[in-house]
Design a protein around this ligand. Structure first.
Ligand SMILES: Nc1ncnc2c1ncn2[C@@H]1O[C@H](COP(=O)(O)OP(=O)(O)O)[C@@H](O)[C@H]1O
Ligand SMILES: [Mg+2]
Length: 284
């Protein structure tokens, strides 16, 4: 299958001044395929945001290449189409809101690329509908909750009809309710066929993805399905990462009641296992 995004031996340093450079990404290679739901995890400073910014050419590698639909992100003539193909939602919802009315905010990017009025209206309607914010369309965004603002920001990206959206810690400023709302939107968009890349330090969020890429010191150290990745509890701990809290709880219960499965990574699985266990033990 053709990849959407392909990184080939990507290295990148920030230049602090004439003499000093901070080497952040070190020879990274991987591909993202259409329809994937990928979580990128790693502790603070491991290079996740720097990597995210390479996925649509906000930053370009010092050596190596990033290809989006076969176009090199260093090709200035392709910048616009690359940004349109891969959208980004950032951490702070407030920094992403540009207009004073929700629907104008969602339309902002479309106006910039000159989408005709009728088409624009249709796309704004659809995008607000997906993120369940239609009833707020005439409201000023600054009256909304963090989760609602973030959903407006997502609608703005969605309206551009990208093939892939990168979320860089997009839930980290939100309370648990807001986080759930945004996670549901990610899952829904992925079910609609959109490729999702989410950078997160919440393991419960990473467990929702179909694939996890673990980054440490600017290098990829693990890449696989969540169930495989979370089997490596000790390696993750060495990287200052944890397995999801439901996995930790399941393991504690399993130690006392061996029929209780410890192979659990999602909250829904945990609840199912409790119900199964309860039926078997109590017989109801
Ligand atoms: N604009 C910048 N200038 C210089 N150094 C930076 C800049 N942004 C990030 N860094 C450094 O690069 C490293 C990786 O940062 P980042 O990609 O933000 O990691 P993460 O998102 O995983 O926390 C850190 O050591 C950070 O201090
Ligand atoms: Mg970051």
């Amino acid at each position: 299958m053709e990849s959407i995004i392909r990184l080939e031996n990507v290295s990148f340093s920030y230049k602090i001044n004439e003499k000093t450079k901070v080497s952040v990404l070190k020879n990274i290679s991987f591909s993202i395929f259409p329809g994937e739901y990928v979580a990128i995890i790693g502790h603070n400073g491991s290079g996740k945001s720097t990597l995210s910014k390479h996925l649509n050419g906000i930053l370009t590698p010092d050596s190596g290449d990033v290809w989006v639909h076969g176009h090199n992100t260093k090709d200035v003539n392709k910048k616009r189409s690359i940004r349109q193909a891969v959208g980004t939602v950032f951490q702070h919802p407030d920094n992403q809101i540009v207009a004073t009315i929700v629907e104008e905010d969602v339309a902002f990017g479309l106006e910039n690329i000159g989408v005709p009025r009728e088409e624009m209206k249709k796309r704004v309607d659809e995008a607000l509908n997906v993120v369940k914010m239609s009833q707020f369309r005439h409201r000023p965004p600054h009256h909304l909750s963090g989760g609602q603002k973030q959903r407006v920001a997502i609608a703005g990206v969605l309206a551009m009809k990208p093939d892939c959206i990168v979320f860089d810690e997009a839930t980290s400023m939100l309370d648990s309710f807001g986080r759930k709302e945004v996670l549901q939107v990610m899952r829904k968009m992925n079910n609609m066929g959109m490729t999702i890349i989410t950078v997160t330090h919440h393991m419960s969020e990473a467990a929702e993805a179909d694939r996890i890429i673990v980054i440490e010191g600017g290098q990829i150290v693990m890449d696989g399905p969540p169930r495989e990745i979370f089997k490596h509890k000790l390696e993750l701990e060495n990287l200052q990462l944890e397995v999801p809290s439901v996995s930790q709880m399941a393991e504690v219960i399993h130690r006392k009641f061996t029929t209780f499965s410890k192979d659990i990574i999602q909250e829904s699985e945990f609840i199912e296992e409790v119900e199964k266990f309860h039926k078997a033990e109590v017989g109801t």
